[in-house]
Write a protein that binds this ligand. Structure first.
Ligand SMILES: [Zn+2]
Length: 116
């Protein structure tokens, strides 16, 4: 086995490679593998966390103009339980849904307060 034959390129191609693995471990250990989501914190629950979550989600970070370094920094990551993670994702998606506009029969949106 020769070390020089190790593929060095493929590691860079994958976004979630060894680097993410390292950060994930670091965050889980920092948070003592306990869920840091606001629900668990508010209720003082100790829920085992196995996943790592972006506190400011990637989508939000992108819209804020955050760099990848800032988005993927441990400061923006927290240990989270699988179920809590699913719930948080759901909450985030619900939040980003644009307020419903009333569409008139002619297919055009009705202006707020201008109908009557
Ligand atoms: Zn939680």
């Amino acid at each position: 086995m020769s070390r020089s034959n190790w593929p060095t390129e493929s590691r860079h191609k994958r976004g979630y490679g060894a680097e993410w693995d390292k950060v994930r471990k670091l965050v889980l250990e920092r948070d003592e593998r306990l869920c840091q989501c606001r629900h668990c914190k508010a209720e003082g629950r100790t829920t085992i966390a196995t996943e790592v979550d972006h506190i400011v989600s990637r989508a939000t970070a992108r819209s804020l103009g955050w760099s990848k370094t800032r988005t993927e920094h441990p400061n923006n990551l927290q240990a989270i339980n699988t179920h809590c993670h699913a719930r948080k994702t759901q909450e985030e998606q619900a939040k980003t849904v644009k307020p419903k506009r009333h569409i008139g029969l002619d297919g055009f949106p009705i202006a707020e307060g201008g109908g009557e």
